[in-house]
Ligand binder design. Structure first.
Ligand SMILES: *[C@@H]1O[C@H](CO)[C@@H](O)[C@H](O)[C@H]1NC(C)=O
Ligand SMILES: *[C@@H]1O[C@H](CO)[C@@H](O)[C@H](O)[C@H]1NC(C)=O
Ligand SMILES: *[C@@H]1O[C@H](CO)[C@@H](O)[C@H](O)[C@H]1NC(C)=O
Ligand SMILES: *[C@@H]1O[C@H](CO)[C@@H](O)[C@H](O)[C@H]1NC(C)=O
Ligand SMILES: *[C@@H]1O[C@H](CO)[C@@H](O)[C@H](O)[C@H]1NC(C)=O
Ligand SMILES: *[C@@H]1O[C@H](CO)[C@@H](O)[C@H](O)[C@H]1NC(C)=O
Ligand SMILES: *[C@@H]1O[C@H](CO)[C@@H](O)[C@H](O)[C@H]1NC(C)=O
Ligand SMILES: *[C@@H]1O[C@H](CO)[C@@H](O)[C@H](O)[C@H]1NC(C)=O
Length: 483
């Protein structure tokens, strides 16, 4: 064991547990070549950071700001919106994937070679069409498991906000879409444990555009999302190089750049199902970097800061949560757990100017560094958490109420408001700032005045547990465009 620890130290590889030594000095004396601080920082080389929002959850790379409340502060209210957990490909994507696989197999190659040698034994991971679109339930990153764990972790972090003695029902809110509802339930089971059934009232909010602003999935009727998105090219030089390489290794194979994109897309979902994918190594890290960038472009232009509609859409949640924060825990309650899709959360970030690049993302090259990497912003299970902090005075800050934004477990301070403890923003300044930056959803999106004009379900929720568990086979899909 000691040898291994010393070797690791010499190589500058991750430091091993120092817990059994009384302090770092003691440890350093015993293992003088062991590095107590990890020098590798390999996140940038992890496939998980280059698969856009399609692959397993990973925490956002942090700025090194402590995740726990700053000294002298307690969280007195938490407001979260979470995307569903890891899932299978959508049915519509399944069609494209199966076409690419057909092309591969119709080449009649009997012995795969080179980077595709694994194909001699590989099999597609979707056993039945019925799985398309659902949460995964196998492998280390499966959506149901990771969501349950997230619930259990948040119980440790925010359990003090649940007043069990009051016997009050705790409402939670979910968009009406099968995998999103299942995610809400698993999170609830993780958080409330034995008490989930009796303590929670899951409110299921329709995804229909007729909900106007009273929705977790509001839309601008004029936003023809898919058109802008489809015009974004995936025919990139990097994918031509990959096609050329694989074709040369396997005579008779005639993949083109589109096929390469589809196969990369397919292999990312294998991580959600099996946890690993032999396909990962069939492409180079540079090719994965480009693949990730195609996803950044889609979100940036279609549901992020580059969309002419996203800020107005995101303003609904940003404004309503501002009301909750100002009402505070006594009036509004302490816990607001909400569940929706990626393209419902990226507009909220855009509305709050979180992770918004100063300039439009270029289509022909990758900006280094980039502030808009969707794998870091909205992976499967991605979530935006607003913490209301009640703080004592420090020598630099006043006693009072502060707000922190946490994206995928990394604290994200505002450049223009970070004077509070732990780089937080005072509630008063947050309120000013947000009120100034938010557009008006109803007027910008020309919402018919016969439809709900603001979000009200956080205040007029149902307290029944009817939807806490699956009653029918599936909650219908509603033909939504969200993923
Ligand atoms: C704030 O100060 C009060 C009075 O000194 C103390 O009881 C309380 O524990 C402090 N809160 C935190 C979070 O440190
Ligand atoms: C939670 O479950 C435990 C064990 O059944 C029970 O004693 C407790 O009263 C429950 N709390 C609530 C709020 O239902
Ligand atoms: C909470 O519910 C339990 C079981 O129904 C009951 O015994 C208890 O008195 C209730 N507590 C309050 C504060 O209503
Ligand atoms: C690649 O081939 C498919 C048919 O197998 C075709 O639909 C697609 O347009 C081709 N892509 C390019 C970039 O030529
Ligand atoms: C903001 O939210 C409040 C309360 O939730 C609501 O009364 C108001 O109409 C909303 N404003 C906008 C611009 O949506
Ligand atoms: C709030 O804004 C005022 C005016 O810009 C500034 O002086 C103050 O430091 C800010 N306070 C916090 C806690 O951000
Ligand atoms: C608003 O909705 C009503 C009722 O559906 C409809 O009659 C009216 O034409 C709509 N107005 C606009 C501007 O779309
Ligand atoms: C509450 O339940 C009623 C009756 O089922 C339904 O019409 C309403 O939309 C529900 N409200 C929420 C916020 O779920």
């Amino acid at each position: 064991m000691r040898h291994i620890e010393q070797l690791c130290g010499l190589l500058g590889v991750a430091a091993l547990a120092t817990a059994s030594y009384s302090n770092r000095l003691d440890y350093a004396r015993r293992f003088p070549y062991a590095a107590p601080y990890d020098q590798s920082f390999l996140e940038g080389y992890s496939i998980l950071k280059h698969v856009g929002g399609l692959g397993p959850y990973s925490n956002r790379m942090s700025y090194g700001i402590g995740r726990d409340p700053p000294d002298g502060c307690v969280v007195d209210q938490v407001i979260m919106i979470k995307r569903h957990g890891e899932r299978y490909p959508q049915g519509s994507d399944g069609v494209k994937i199966e076409a690419a696989l057909d092309k591969l197999y119709s080449s009649k190659i009997t012995e795969w070679k080179g980077d595709l040698t694994f194909l001699n034994s590989w099999e597609y991971y979707v056993d039945s069409e019925g799985f398309y679109g659902l949460e995964t339930d196998t492998g280390p990153y499966n959506g149901l498991l990771t969501t349950y764990k997230h619930g259990a972790e948040y119980r440790v972090r925010y359990g003090h906000l649940w007043d069990q003695s009051s016997n009050k029902t705790v409402p939670m809110w979910t968009a009406e879409f099968e995998r999103v509802v299942q995610t809400a339930r698993k999170f609830g089971e993780g958080f409330f444990g034995w008490n989930y059934t009796d303590s929670v009232a899951l409110n299921v909010i329709s995804e229909s555009a007729d909900m106007g602003a009273n929705s977790l999935t509001p839309v601008c009727p004029e936003d023809h999302l898919t058109q802008t998105c489809k015009s974004l090219s995936q025919d990139l030089p990097a994918f031509h190089v990959a096609a050329d390489r694989l074709n040369k290794q396997n005579l008779g194979l005639e993949l083109n750049s589109t096929d390469v994109y589809q196969l990369m897309f397919m292999s990312v979902f294998e991580l959600n199902v099996r946890g690993y994918s032999d396909w990962t190594d069939a492409f180079t890290m540079d090719e994965w970097k480009w693949f990730g960038y195609t996803q950044d472009l889609i979100f940036y232009h279609c549901a992020g800061p580059g969309s002419p509609f996203a800020k107005a859409v995101g303003a609904v949640y940003a404004n309503a949560s501002l009301t909750l924060l100002n009402q505070g825990p006594k009036k509004a309650g302490t816990m607001y757990f909400n569940f929706a899709h990626d393209t419902n959360i990226t507009p909220i970030l855009a509305a709050l100017s979180i992770s918004s690049p100063a300039e439009d993302l270029p289509v022909d090259k990758i900006p280094f560094p980039s502030t808009y990497e969707i794998g870091d912003i909205m992976p499967m299970g991605g979530h935006l958490t607003l913490e209301r902090l009640s703080c004592n005075a420090t020598t630099a800050t006043k006693k009072g109420v502060y707000v922190r934004v946490i994206l995928n477990e990394a604290v994200v301070p505002f450049t223009s408001c970070q004077e509070g403890p732990g780089f937080s923003c005072s509630l008063a300044n947050y309120t000013d700032m947000v009120n100034k930056m938010l557009p008006d959803f109803v007027s910008e999106c020309k919402i018919n005045n016969t439809l709900p004009q603001y979000l009200s379900f956080w205040w007029d929720y149902n307290t029944t547990s009817t939807f806490n568990h699956q009653t029918a086979r599936y909650i219908p899909f509603q033909g939504s465009t969200f993923v």
